[in-house]
Design a protein around this ligand. Structure first.
Ligand SMILES: Nc1nc2c(c(=O)[nH]1)N[C@H]1C(S)=C(S)[C@@H](COP(=O)(O)OP(=O)(O)OC[C@H]3O[C@@H](n4cnc5c(N)ncnc54)[C@H](O)[C@@H]3O)O[C@H]1N2
Ligand code: MOO
Length: 415
């Protein structure tokens, strides 16, 4: 981190979402640990260095189709008839002898163009009579061929540092001869739940006043889905010592810690209290619904995101704040979710002052419908939804048909 705390400038009270995001982006820096992996094993990892093409793709000019190759110079308008040379050129079986001007050769897709061939005519556009191929001219010079390096040239960057490797990237790197890549080590994301009412797992008995931990499995799974190493820090009751012990454990085993619960300023909000007494807490009151309280701190130098306890707020805060922040820490840079304007299937009057995220999904007409309740404890709405509708900070009068910004879960890397 560039500074050891997340303090907002003096006088900032309710923090607009964009200000909070800008602040996080300024404060956080990538963690430097890297390792070298075989390209084939590196899917999901983030490149620490640019990958420079060891050779061009394609390495040599070749044919894009099955057909007949020849020198363009010997052809013209109208019917063409070129005698065929013996043999053929096929992928992996290059032809050593040149093709004389005025003659043609049988050539297959992917075959290196033999010397003397710069143009290929598609098999379906030809007729063969004995030892000659006929077709209608004119044929464009270079047609149905692929130039050496037309895709990637040797020595050029095939992929930049910070790129997260996906399946197609393994194809590209392999094609240009890159067998090993230097990648960031996966970010270790510690997840801790807090609260006296929380029972660690649903296979344990719970009294009526107790609830099973819903946030921890959700956050661990989010971290894993984003390509990080989830580190389960368990659950701590509302006691300074218990929370302290878990945070110490987290600082040893994780690069960043997500806690949930105890983030606001109530009597039992031990996470805030403890982080504050440790000296590096900034409690951000964000102009956001749901997810108003967000505690940001460092514990033994490890960034801690104190997410609100309500599961809906915990998820929204994770998607909006933790996701881009973790991406930056992991070396993949800041990320913005991709949203789409779609007509609303609902009506809502919104007051100015807070940005709102509504649990949403697209109906059969491609309109965004929203979950019946905005209650921050209504976990079922998170499962009902396939994404979020984002309502900007100002006032809004939404009627059915009015365009709204819909962000699918998939745009948040939530699958
Ligand atoms: N006086 C005020 N009270 C509250 C405010 C406020 O600004 N002033 N903000 C409200 C909002 S908004 C939220 S969100 C919550 C956030 O509170 P905490 O982060 O301190 O969370 P808790 O009080 O510990 O829990 C809130 C709620 O969530 C349940 N919970 C907590 N952890 C889990 C878990 N792991 N799995 C399932 N459910 C969990 C907890 O039982 C509570 O019902 O504060 C409001 N109050
Ligand atoms: O963050 Mo709270 O859940 O907005 O309601």
């Amino acid at each position: 981190m560039k500074t050891d705390n997340f303090a907002m400038p003096q006088g900032v009270d309710w923090i607009p979402v964009d200000t909070a995001l800008g602040r996080l982006r300024d404060i956080l820096q990538p963690l430097a640990r890297t390792e070298t992996l075989a390209t084939a094993q590196a899917a999901g990892r983030v490149l620490a260095d640019a990958c420079i093409a060891r050779r061009s793709n394609p390495p040599q000019p070749n044919s894009a189709v099955d057909g007949y190759g020849f020198a363009h110079a010997a052809t013209g308008d109208g019917p063409q008839r070129l005698p065929l040379v013996e043999g053929r050129a096929a992928a992996g079986q290059p032809r050593a002898q040149p093709v004389p001007e005025g003659r043609a050769i049988r050539i297959l897709t992917g075959a290196t163009l033999p010397e003397g061939v710069d143009t290929v005519v598609l098999e379906e556009d030809t007729t063969i009579d004995g030892s000659a191929v006929s077709f209608d001219g004119p044929v464009k010079r270079g047609s149905n061929t692929r130039e050496a390096g037309e895709d990637v040239t040797e020595g050029s960057p095939a992929l930049p540092a910070g790129h997260k490797l996906r399946a197609p990237d393994l194809a590209l790197l392999s094609a240009v001869g890159i067998a090993h890549v230097t990648v960031h080590r996966p970010l270790r994301v510690g997840v801790l739940s807090t609260g006296d009412e929380i029972i660690a797992a649903p296979d344990l008995p719970a009294l009526p006043h107790q609830i099973w931990d819903a946030n921890r499995p959700m956050l661990l799974s989010l971290a894993a889905g984003w390509g990080y190493e989830p580190v389960d820090l368990g659950h701590a009751p509302d006691s300074d010592n218990a929370v302290r012990e878990r945070l110490d454990d987290g600082a040893r085993r994780a690069d960043v810690i997500l806690t949930s619960g105890g983030a606001s300023a109530g009597d039992e909000d031990h996470v805030s209290a403890l982080l504050k007494s440790h000296g590096t807490l900034s409690s951000w009151r964000i102009a956001l619904k749901p997810g108003r309280p967000l505690a940001l701190a460092t514990w033994e130098g490890v960034p801690v995101f104190g997410l609100p306890g309500n599961p809906v707020a915990a998820l929204v805060c994770s998607l909006i704040f933790a996701r881009p922040a973790l991406s930056l820490l992991a070396g993949a840079g800041w990320t913005e979710p991709q949203g789409f304007a779609v007509p609303a299937a609902f009506a809502k009057r919104k007051k100015p002052g807070r940005r709102e995220y509504l649990r949403a999904r697209l109906n059969a007409e491609g309109r965004a419908e929203v979950f019946a309740s905005e209650g921050s404890g209504r976990i079922s709405g998170l499962s009902w939804a396939d994404g979020l509708v984002e309502l900007h900070d100002g006032a809004a009068e939404i009627e059915p048909g009015v365009p709204v910004r819909y962000i699918p879960y998939a745009s948040f890397g939530l699958v």
